[in-house]
Design a protein around this ligand. Structure first.
Ligand code: GDP
Length: 609
């Protein structure tokens, strides 16, 4: 039985990997991706070949049945014959963890617990609320379990389970989202009754909305004397969260995390929303889910917390998370108990990954060691390439995407000095009218650019505009690391002009050198065939083969050139990371000396000044 299940899973994955993408699916929708010949296309759409040939003949195009149809021509035919079409999701080894279709037959689905994240402004009581809920309702309390902080926990109320992600704060939440994984079903937005809606409250709302997650408002600190619930309802209504008492559809619960008041009502509200959302999963298959936390322990190796989203995870399962493979050695639940399996919505700590996977990565159980190894390997290579090609979110890049027709909307986050500027810019930009390209403000508020803006820009692929505001070096660096472009202006007209050009796909990019790393020459070796090889150690960033280099001697650039070889011992490297030793050769340059600095850089597009 088990064997059959294993071979079925492998078969299913292999099938999806091989699946032809351009075909008609079971709903009658034509999925397009790779071009087909006229005869293949006709067969897929159950149409006579001659019809297609005749159709083109009328336009003066003489095609035979072996003619390959471009995507445009296929779509033209679909429109002509009134057939729905959709871009196909291609499953490859690189995107398998995210793109594989694990959709389960409806008859195999059972209800699963809701997964809840608590968000809100600092000091409004998120941690206290998480602790209070946990202390009063921990599932295994009766077993005398010890509280283990593993990044998430489950409680039982009214005989139903609820999973809480135990990492309050928007960073963790958006971090996960920016990796494309969706783990939360419901956000509990904590608002202190004596304080009201604050900047991070608004940020939390923005993030939850982008993620399409249901929000329940918990008005906390109701035990304090100076609470004003009307004011809070009013402020939240201005953020599109209108309470049910006021005719809206957002559940508001009032209480005190500190005094354990309103907690039962909050849990009740979560169960109501969970029921409405009909959350379910199939427990009877190999597991998949998301990495919540992970770290390396020098005694036991990598320890990580997984949230199971479908299927059941068991000891000895072979699993890949991100680019890391593992074989589950031990499962530990949130009360520190060793368990043998974990089902949907359950957080579980596991031992057995070869290295610590990155939180936010998806994982899948494979039970085919070869396949798992291949997926992990392909993804490792891809990660290395990504460091190289890290595609920036820049207006220039978006312009290109507009020009190629890949993008129909340019997302913008705006920070300005005054409310008046915000309004003026939004109005001016909204007047931009270019074919069917729109400019959308994901967020437009007053104040300085924050790290949360950068995270939001990353998840929503937005350009950040600062109007009469200046980001400090911490923010600049964060934006740089995240590959998000910040554009600064003090004339409204400049913003509209730029965005209009971008919407037309006409913004011209400019380029600048981006330093990616430096290596110090330790020793030099001279060979008549290859010239000088510099034995180096990478002192910061990384050195990349085929990148350009500055050779720096005593703080002066003495040569500009290109790397022609990068090796570690006898092996060719694509990248030499920080602290590794490597041998570097420079094209047409042999005058390297000890203590020279080899600075590797890429030429990248930058904001037009
Ligand atoms: P977080 O930053 O949102 O995680 O907030 P904390 O949970 O750390 O709480 C911030 C402060 O508010 C702490 O001093 C808590 O004791 C206090 N606090 C939290 N909830 C309540 C409450 O319901 N009533 C009162 N009076 N204080 C609270």
């Amino acid at each position: 039985m088990a064997k059959k299940r294993i071979s079925q899973q492998t078969q299913n994955i292999n099938q999806q990997l091989k699946q032809k993408t351009s075909q008609i699916n079971e709903k009658g929708v034509f999925l397009y991706n790779e071009p087909l010949t006229i005869s293949e296309f006709a067969k897929a759409l159950h149409h006579p070949v001659t019809d297609i040939i005749k159709y083109f003949m009328k336009q003066g195009k003489l095609f035979n049945q072996n003619q390959i149809l471009t995507q445009e021509l296929m779509l033209e035919l679909c429109l002509e014959w009134n057939i729905d079409f959709e871009k196909a999701k291609v499953v490859t080894y690189e995107n398998l963890l995210e793109n594989i279709n694990l959709e389960d037959d409806k008859k195999n689905l059972v209800t699963r617990p809701a997964v809840v994240t608590i968000m809100g402004h600092v000091d409004h009581g998120k941690t206290t609320l998480l602790d209070t809920i946990r202390n009063s309702k921990v599932t295994n309390q009766e077993h005398g379990g010890i509280t283990q902080h593993i990044g998430a926990y489950q409680i039982k109320t009214n005989n139903k389970l609820i999973t809480f992600i135990d990492t309050p704060g928007h960073e963790a939440f958006t971090e996960m989202r920016s990796r494309g994984s969706k783990i939360t079903d419901i956000v509990v937005l904590v608002v202190a009754g004596d304080d009201g809606v604050m900047p991070q409250t608004r940020e939390a709302i923005d993030h939850a909305k982008v993620a399409g997650v249901s929000i329940i408002v918990f008005v906390n600190k109701m035990d304090k004397p100076n609470v004003n619930t009307d004011r809070i309802m009013n402020e939240l209504a201005n953020c599109d969260l209108t309470s049910e008492e006021w005719g809206g559809d957002t559940i508001f619960v009032y209480g005190s995390a500190l005094k354990n008041q309103g907690i039962d009502e909050l849990l009740e509200a979560i169960l109501v929303i969970a029921e409405l959302k009909e959350l379910n999963a199939n427990p009877n298959r190999f597991a998949n889910g998301t990495v919540i936390e992970s770290h390396h322990d020098k005694n036991v190796g990598s320890i990580c917390t997984l949230l199971i989203q479908g299927g059941t995870l068991k000891v000895t399962d072979i699993v890949v998370a991100g680019s890391v493979k593992g074989k589950i050695k031990r499962l530990i639940n949130d009360t520190g108990k060793i368990i043998t399996k974990a089902g949907p919505s359950m957080p579980v700590q596991v031992l057995g990954f070869e290295t610590a996977p990155t939180p936010g990565e998806s994982f899948i159980v494979f039970n085919d060691d070869k396949l798992a190894r291949k997926v992990a390997l392909v993804r490792q290579t891809e990660e290395t390439n990504k460091i190289r090609n890290n595609r920036q979110i820049s207006l220039g890049n978006l312009t290109q995407d507009v020009a190629t027709g890949e993008l129909k909307q340019i997302n913008v986050i705006l920070r300005a000095d005054t409310q008046g500027s915000v309004q003026a810019i939004v109005q001016a930009v909204n007047k931009i009218n270019v074919n069917d390209i729109t400019v959308k403000f994901i967020r437009a508020t007053i104040g300085g650019i924050s790290e949360s803006d950068i995270k939001l820009a990353q998840t929503s692929r937005s350009i950040i505009y600062g109007f009469n505001v200046r980001p400090n070096h911490v923010i600049r660096e964060a934006a740089n690391n995240a590959g998000v472009e910040i554009r600064l202006h003090n004339i409204i007209y400049k913003i509209t002009e730029e965005l209009e050009l971008a919407a037309k796909g006409l913004l011209e990019p400019t380029y600048e050198d981006k330093i990616i790393g430096q290596a110090r020459v330790i020793k030099t070796f001279h060979f008549s065939k290859v010239g000088t090889i510099a034995g180096c150690v990478v002192i910061n960033g990384f050195i990349q083969r085929n990148s350009k280099v500055h050779i720096i001697r005593d703080n002066v650039v003495i040569y500009n050139g290109e790397i022609s070889g990068l090796k570690h011992e006898k092996n060719d490297l694509k990248i030499a990371k920080k602290e590794t030793q490597c041998g570097i050769t420079i094209k047409n340059f042999n005058d390297l000396k000890e203590n020279d600095i080899i600075e590797s850089y890429l030429v990248e597009e930058v904001e037009t000044k």
